[in-house]
Design a protein. Structure first.
Length: 163
C-alpha cells in the first residue's frame, strides 16, 4: 500500500462523504452537525479553495481528506483554515500527518501566509500532538467552546502556523 495525497476528483466523492460524515456523526471534533449527501457534499467540497485526499496509489481507495479555505476576508484574507478527516479503520497509519503536511504546502501555494485552526477540541490529544510536532503554536484556550455529541462542553484550543 502506497498512500499519496493528491487533489480530489469527483470519483472520490462517495468515499469522501463517508469519511466526512463519520467524523460529523462522532460529534467529538467537527463543529458541523449536518450530514452531507451527494448534492450538498459535491457543492461543499467544490466551494473549498482546495481539497486533498490521502489515497492508495494502486487502488485509489480514500483513507482521509482535508479541506482548505480562507479563515477570514479582506485584511485578514491571508489567514486560512482547514479541517481533516481520517476514516476510523485507518487511524494510526499516519494518514493525518500526510494530510496536514500536504495542506501546509497547498496553503502556501494558494497564497496564504498563516494557517489557523479555530476550534481544536482540547481532548483531541492525537491531533494536538501532531499539530505541535509540525510547528503549530497554541494561542490559548477557550473554556467550554465545543459542545460534544452527548451535550457536555469541552475546551477548545486555537492553533496557528506561519507558512
Amino acid at each position: 500500500m502506497e498512500i499519496v495525497v493528491r487533489e480530489y476528483t469527483d470519483t472520490d466523492l462517495q468515499e469522501m462523504l463517508k469519511i466526512w460524515n463519520e467524523v460529523v456523526e462522532e460529534g467529538i471534533a467537527f463543529p458541523q452537525e449536518e450530514i452531507l449527501n451527494e448534492e450538498t457534499g459535491k457543492d461543499f467540497f467544490a466551494s473549498q479553495t482546495y481539497c486533498g485526499v490521502a489515497a492508495d496509489n494502486e487502488t485509489n481507495r480514500v483513507y482521509g481528506l482535508y479541506i482548505l479555505h480562507p479563515n477570514n476576508i479582506g485584511r485578514c484574507g491571508h489567514i486560512c483554515n482547514s479541517s481533516f478527516a481520517v476514516s476510523s479503520d485507518s487511524r494510526g497509519l499516519h494518514i493525518g500527518e500526510k494530510l496536514v503536511t500536504d495542506c501546509l504546502k497547498q496553503a502556501k501555494l494558494h497564497g496564504f501566509g498563516v494557517m489557523q485552526f479555530n476550534a481544536v477540541v482540547a481532548t483531541n490529544i492525537h491531533a494536538r500532538h501532531l499539530y505541535e510536532r509540525l510547528g503549530f503554536k497554541q494561542l490559548g484556550t477557550i473554556p467550554k467552546g465545543f459542545r460534544m455529541k452527548d451535550g457536555h462542553f469541552e475546551d477548545i484550543c486555537p492553533y496557528y502556523h506561519e507558512l
